[in-house]
Design a protein around this ligand. Structure first.
Ligand code: AMP
Ligand code: GLY
Length: 424
């Protein structure tokens, strides 16, 4: 089969690495890709917004399956357009991708189907939103509807903070003024991520993970796209996984099928594990980045037939195998991230780092300049490792990090701390 991956991050490098190893893969392409992906796939400089160009490329290269990494093209309907052009594509349609694209849509779906999630209201104007916040009190969570690259959520500790967030979102503080916001109760518990593969009717569990969203050690400082992750999440016992499937994932897949927008693709549930059980914080309609990287290290089965089965509606009798090992990834980012940072600094020592036992390095924002690897983004490298325990995976990942010579980069030194504390 000829496969085209869309995207350019560490997630897409991990997918490319896993699919390149499949005996089913003949030619592997990635658009636009990065310097690491170029070692696994032929990279093509396509503009993902230009669906016609993507379709033309797929036809020209006789692509049998397109795998879409990020949420933006999914929410813009790239799967619909590819399928309409007769090209198989893995991922949800535009209509089903509202699970990530619209918080109001997802909250209403949860309410209608008794899927556990924080109590909420939707608002289109400032004054009603502020009245609600004053009535409910703090802490309270304010969310802008629509994709906001992880910046659309404010967990307000005080009513004043919540009011400021409402003003900020409606006045365009996130770029464009929010047309709607969701205000919901603050959930207390431990967060975990859960991934399932869906074919429109059947969902099968993939694995769980936990990520570190804050930029600094001790989970301090501003939010980022994710500074590290590990899998499995120790809080996600077999029993908890089953509850998430029964109480959250299956009802969602059934509801979307009934609504005429069946969900195919990866369903990524952001969860709060509370005293009463799992609650849905949010859905994403794709693999997480960097969670995908650790999932791919743990997946024993071939990914290609799994994605095909999801696309073809054939997951019913499908089974995936996983290594029992833990996997962990440390994100190396350019100094200044998630604020402003420079591009173009040279990264050395990658070959030696990749030799550390159990280690695999995925590239996120990199570009090749001859034989040199240059930083080309905020999150630049994912230094991943497998181990018998999270502790062992962490030791291996940091041993590799310490062999990478990149003065313009930084990383957190405590990825996995929560899991490691539990292991003790
Ligand atoms: P989201 O973009 O929806 O994942 O939200 C970003 C982060 O905000 C989540 O990972 C949680 O840490 C936090 N968060 C969102 N909603 C809630 C909630 N209802 N209760 C507590 N924390 C929340
Ligand atoms: N790491 C969180 C995400 O991919 O949304």
């Amino acid at each position: 089969m000829n496969i085209l991956i869309l995207g350019s991050g560490g997630r897409e490098h991990a997918l490319a690495w896993k699919m390149a190893a499949s005996p089913l893969t003949d030619r592997l392409y990635c658009a636009p890709g990065n310097a690491g992906i170029a070692q696994e796939a032929e990279c093509a400089a396509l503009e993902l917004d230009d669906h016609k160009a993507v379709i033309a490329f797929a036809k020209d290269k006789k692509i049998d399956l397109v795998v879409v990494g990020p949420e933006v093209p999914l929410c813009k309907g790239i799967v619909d357009d590819l399928e309409d052009a007769g090209i198989k594509a893995f991922g949800p349609t535009k209509w089903a991708a509202r699970l990530e694209g619209s918080k109001g849509f997802t909250k209403d779906l949860c309410k209608a189907n008794k899927i556990p999630t924080a109590a909420y209201e939707r608002f289109k104007g400032v004054s009603a939103a502020k009245d609600y916040v004053r009535k409910k009190g703090a802490p309270i969570v304010v969310k802008a509807d629509g994709l906001a690259a992880g910046k659309g959520v404010v967990v307000a500790e005080t009513v004043q903070e919540a009011e400021a967030a409402i003003d900020m979102m409606f006045s365009g503080g996130l770029g464009t003024p929010a047309w709607e916001i969701v205000i919901e109760d603050c959930l207390i518990g431990e967060e975990a991520s859960f991934f399932a593969l869906c074919d429109g009717e059947t969902a099968i569990a993939l694995a769980s993970a936990q990520d570190h969203k804050r930029v600094g050690d001790g989970d301090k400082g501003p939010n980022t796209g994710g500074m590290g992750a590990y899998s499995p999440a120790p809080i996600m016992t077999a029993d908890m996984n089953q509850r998430v499937m029964n109480e959250i994932i299956h009802p969602t897949v059934r509801a979307l099928k009934r609504s005429g927008a069946p969900y195919k693709g990866v369903l990524f549930a952001g969860l709060m594990i509370t005293k009463e059980g799992p609650q849905l914080i949010e859905y994403n309609v794709r693999f997480g980045d960097p969670e995908c990287q650790v999932l791919m290290l743990r997946m024993m089965s071939d990914l290609v037939p799994a994605l095909l089965a999801a696309r073809d509606g054939q997951l019913k009798n499908f089974d995936l195998r996983w290594y029992p090992d833990a996997a962990l990834t440390v994100v190396m980012a350019a100094k200044g991230y998630p604020g402003t940072y420079n591009k173009g600094s040279v990264i050395e020592g990658l070959d030696a780092a990749a030799q550390v036992e159990g280690v695999k390095i995925f590239h996120a924002g990199t570009r090749a300049d001859g034989a040199r690897i240059l930083a080309n983004g905020g999150r630049v490298l994912n230094v991943c490792a497998r181990g018998k325990t999270v502790r062992e995976a962490q030791n291996r990942a940091y041993a590799a990090v310490d062999l990478i010579r990149w003065p313009d980069g930084f990383c957190r030194r405590d990825i996995g701390w929560r899991a490691i504390e539990r292991e003790r």
